[in-house]
Design a protein around this ligand. Structure first.
Ligand SMILES: *Cc1c(COP(=O)(O)O)cnc(C)c1O
Length: 397
């Protein structure tokens, strides 16, 4: 018999779509994938070299559970330089990806009777990590008209005595939207007033457009820093998804608890990846600018393309690498007498009929949308948009 806990969760739907698209590809079908949430760029060479050097030097043994000091110091410098935050080593933990840091936080902070507020649409793992720790996810809907930013009035309505934390994600996956400083300040005010934690997932911090300035909620005041756990990592900023390095910065007691949990589960993140991460953080950063410039071109092209499709409308994302078009006007249209009546129907239709993989918005808590990742080549984006347009055009109104 499996545990009660495991019955509450489902496998990550984004990974599920990706594996179906990969299986179709493997059988020879030309599938264009907008499904994946990882940069299509290769990890920069200087980072790979650092890993090779680590291996050659024999840096291949267990390390300190929460990461080596040199990496913690590189993270401390980064948080200082980029975010104006100051931390000590005991306030930093390096984990096996940012997802793992988030999971350690969930284990360290959430439990039975706790409520964790999650603005919706949300990243797929947030609710399940809360559920796995026997706490209750509380969803607060955000709206396209507000650029999917959580309104303070809406947040405050859902705060109770049981509220343990709010999970904030800016730039956001799946919406591609960013919180400006004012919006962050409004949320901080409520967090301090009601004394709950903010788990701030800043993994897309570097991927922002039109000179948007990312502000970490922890940087607003010392009081707010004490109530925030900042989560970040190298997967998205340095095209290092497979290396599995993420980190969290927060109050020493929480970081200590997370480190203890990590010591009883995974132990340290790979020693080799840690050396590579030091190079990623302290070496040349021009890779990010190059990647961003490319993403920016694709973003504009994709959003314009989606907006040219009858029944779709897409606001311009300001961060990350996702477009999140509203597809609700398409629902009700028919394909061979069968109505497309949800984001999931539409995603399946597009995969089967247009050979285009993308993720249904329902997986992120909003059925009126679909998510397309533009971390794929410009050529595929052009072909993909044509295919979607053609397939949507074939539906009977
Ligand atoms: C990709 C992603 C992560 C996790 O990345 P790791 O590869 O585990 O470091 C965390 N949060 C969001 C919103 C993401 O999209």
């Amino acid at each position: 018999m499996l545990s009660e806990r495991v019955k509450k969760i489902k496998p990550s739907p984004t990974l599920a779509i990706d594996s179906k698209a990969k299986a179709m590809k493997a059988s020879g079908i030309d599938v264009i994938s907008f499904g994946v949430g990882e940069p299509d760029f290769d990890t920069p060479d200087n980072i790979k070299e650092a890993a090779i050097k680590a291996m050659k030097d024999g840096f291949t043994k267990y390390t300190a559970v929460g990461g080596i000091d040199a990496l913690k110091d590189a993270i401390i410098d980064k948080l200082n330089k980029d975010n104006g935050l100051s931390y000590k080593r005991e306030e930093i933990i390096v984990s096996v990806g940012a997802k793992h840091s988030l999971y350690n936080i969930a284990q360290a902070l959430y439990g039975p009777g706790d409520e964790v507020i999650i603005p919706s649409p949300y990243w797929v793992s947030y609710p399940d990590q809360v559920l796995l720790n026997d706490a209750t996810p509380v969803f607060v809907k955000t709206y396209e008209a507000d650029s999917f930013m959580l309104k303070p009035e809406a947040l405050e309505k859902y705060v109770t005595k049981k509220t343990k934390a709010l999970i904030l994600n800016s730039p956001s996956n799946p919406t591609g939207l960013t919180y400006d400083k004012k919006a962050i300040e409004n949320i901080a005010e409520i967090a301090l007033k009601h004394n709950f934690y903010v788990v701030s997932d800043e993994i897309y911090e570097k991927l922002v457009y039109d000179r948007f300035e990312h502000v970490s909620i922890a940087s607003l005041s010392k009081e707010m820093q004490a109530k925030t756990i900042v989560v970040n990592g190298l997967s998205k900023s340095h095209a290092m998804t497979g290396w599995r390095i993420g980190y969290a910065a927060g109050p020493a007691d929480i970081i200590r608890a997370m480190t203890n949990i990590q010591s009883q589960s995974t132990s340290n993140p790979a020693s080799i990846s840690q050396k590579a991460a030091i190079e990623a953080l302290t070496g040349p950063q021009d890779f990010i600018g190059m990647m961003l410039e490319e993403f920016d071109k694709r973003r504009r092209y994709l959003v314009a393309g989606l907006n040219s499709i009858d029944g779709m409308s897409c606001i311009m994302p300001t961060g990350a690498f996702y477009a999140f078009p509203n597809t609700s006007k398409i629902y009700g249209r028919k394909f061979m007498v069968k109505a497309i009546s949800s984001s999931s129907d539409l995603a399946i239709y597009l995969l089967e009929e247009a050979k285009v993989a993308l993720v249904h918005g329902e997986a992120f808590g909003d059925d009126n949308y679909i998510r397309l990742s533009y971390a794929t080549s410009m050529n595929d984006i052009k072909r993909g948009v044509e295919r979607i347009k053609e397939a949507v055009g074939r539906l009977e109104i």
